[in-house]
Design a protein around this ligand. Structure first.
Ligand SMILES: O=P(O)(O)OC[C@H]1O[C@H](O)[C@H](O)[C@@H](O)[C@@H]1O
Length: 554
């Protein structure tokens, strides 16, 4: 189906043309109830969409488009385990991992999920109480988690957001650049460190290269067998590969291939979260996500948080033509949220082919970027306020502070509210001129300076206030974004649960390794050939003609 040929789409295009001449600040004047009407209060959080360039007829038209695209049916298919990841022939069941009671996806799924969770619970409780030890019988006090992409971003983001001092320190290493692993190993005691190899496929070159390096690091300290049987845990949907690597079967934690990597923190991949925070906190995270799942399934679409967020994002990106979206947390502990959401959103909706295999000739998902808002204020907010591109933003703050230092939190949140307000209201040239006059500048100086101080405003944002950062609210926040991304994908007619676009580069990297081994760069494009030859001439032993080590060429 060509979604742009639907009358509902065309109505929205016509509305978008009108909206370009509208000011969101005026909408607040017209409707004194606007802030309340465009907000939702959910357990532990308040969502305020009112600073977006949208009015009631726009929203009604977006909801009509959602209906025309069978959003409610697709939502049911998601929860019931229909194979909606069609290009990989799989269902998409990360929601089943957090269902509190035997779920709609069927008994077999529930039984498996319970068993996997029980295995994590038992291991983590032994680990945290000092009941798991290494080759020298010393108990583990440190976990170093090796994984990348979905096998790293979620667990690390959650651990950094919720970490409390506990019996086990948890570190993460994702990069193939040995700097990261070398630094983690420099701080690790080989006798008391447990290495967690997290990889859905157990074939990911970055992760397996790091795992091999850890094995080499142990050389001379313990035998390979001792290290593999005592110091390695594997978390994977491909248990055969983990066994073949040499990990002891009782140290392999599995999950279903129906859990996408970027949605896997709820599965056994969350073991590092449970290790760092305790299993009970992990369960609370799952419970918070389950609350959002229920809301997504049961709330009417017009009062449904993920649906509204998805529709507004669609409106901003596909209709108003704003190609990017900023994630701006005002809480230090959420510093990895932008990176996490980059994968969740851009691997899901960064597609240009529709479900029927034809080209999408409209804008699909936005470019997601961001960082801690308060730091961004002193870096890229200039662009947000006065750049030629309008970048819609999500401001995310917490009502309660996560520290006890007086004088910080209110000032931090005043900054957040002020930035969202400034983006909306801007400053007109008349206001600038009045201000400059009031400061005593002469007419010529005012004329010269005024244009540079104008802020056009009318730049949309959404604000999310969590009552406090705790497992339940973080679980709900993550699930909110997961479902928002799904809503957008359904309407954009794309498959949000595959990621074929990451394969090409992986294949070419493996091919290049072989080429370095044979010093054979013929047939490469001239630029790549030049760079490869430069590396070979100047990069020393690593780039000389020897057989590649480890797994990159496999
Ligand atoms: O968990 P793994 O199989 O090691 O995969 C790790 C990551 O790499 C892949 O290339 C995909 O882009 C990600 O979706 C995935 O999360």
């Amino acid at each position: 189906m060509d979604v742009t040929s639907l009358p509902e789409w065309q109505i929205l295009e016509a509305r978008a043309a009108v909206v370009r001449g509208r000011r969101v600040a005026d909408l607040f004047q017209i409707d004194p109830q606007r802030a309340q009407k465009y907000s939702l209060s959910l357990p532990g959080m308040l969502l305020d969409f009112s600073k977006n360039l949208i009015d009631e007829p726009d929203l009604a038209a977006l909801l009509a488009l959602a209906d025309a695209c069978d959003l409610a049916d697709w939502r049911d298919k998601l929860f019931s385990g229909a194979p909606i990841n069609a290009t990989e022939g799989r269902p998409v069941l990360h929601t089943a991992l957090r269902e509190q009671a035997p779920g709609s996806a069927g008994d077999a799924v529930s039984t498996r999920v319970s068993a996997e969770l029980a295995q994590v619970r038992s291991f983590v409780s032994r680990l945290r109480s000092g009941g798991v030890s290494g080759y020298s019988c010393k108990k583990f006090t440190r976990l170093v988690c090796l994984g990348i992409g979905g096998s790293n971003l979620g667990p690390q983001m959650v651990v950094e957001a919720l970490a409390q001092p506990g019996p086990v320190t948890v570190d993460f290493v994702s990069n193939l650049d040995g700097v990261e692993l070398a630094s983690a190993l420099a701080q690790a005691d080989p006798e008391t460190t447990l290495f967690v190899v997290s990889s859905k496929t157990f074939t990911t070159a970055e992760t397996l290269t790091n795992a091999e390096s850890v094995l080499r690091w142990y050389a001379g300290r313990a035998s390979r067998e001792q290290v593999l049987s005592k110091h390695f845990v594997g978390i994977t949907a491909n248990t055969e590969k983990a066994k073949a690597f040499g990990i002891a079967p009782e140290h392999i934690f599995s999950f279903g291939d129906w859990v996408g990597g970027r949605f896997s923190l709820w599965s056994s991949i969350g073991l590092p979260i449970a290790a760092a925070l305790g299993f009970e906190a992990f369960e609370r995270l799952l419970a918070g996500a389950a609350v959002m799942d229920r809301h997504f399934r049961e709330a009417p679409l017009a009062r449904n948080a993920p649906v509204l967020m998805g529709l507004i994002s669609l409106w901003n990106c596909s209709f108003l033509g704003y190609p990017a979206h900023a994630i701006l947390p005002y809480n230090q502990k959420l510093h990895l949220l932008p990176a996490y959401l980059q994968q969740a959103d851009m691997e899901s909706n960064g597609k240009s082919v529709t479900r029927d295999g034809s080209a999408a000739h409209y804008r699909t998902g936005p470019l997601i970027w961001g960082q801690l808002g308060i730091n961004g204020q002193h870096a890229f907010y200039q662009y947000l306020h006065q750049g030629t591109e309008v970048v819609p933003a999500d401001f995310i703050g917490t009502v309660e502070a996560d520290h006890e230092l007086p004088g910080h939190h209110q000032r931090l949140l005043c900054n957040m509210l002020a930035q969202a307000r400034a983006l909306m209201t801007g400053v007109s040239v008349e206001e600038v001129r009045r201000d400059l006059h009031a400061r005593g500048l002469g007419r010529e100086q005012v004329d010269a300076l005024a244009p540079f101080k104008v802020h056009t405003g009318n730049r949309p944002s959404t604000t999310i206030l969590l009552d406090r950062l705790e497992p339940e609210s973080l679980g709900a926040l993550i699930a909110l974004y997961e479902h928002k991304i799904f809503v957008q994908g359904v309407i954009l007619q794309i498959y949000s649960f595959d990621q074929w676009g990451v394969e090409l580069g992986k294949g070419l990297a493996a091919e290049l390794e072989q080429r370095f081994a044979g010093a054979d760069f013929d047939g490469l494009d001239a630029s790549t050939k030049q760079l490869a030859e430069y590396l070979r001439a100047n990069g020393g032993n690593e780039f000389s003609d020897k057989t590649p080590e480890g797994v990159m060429g496999a």
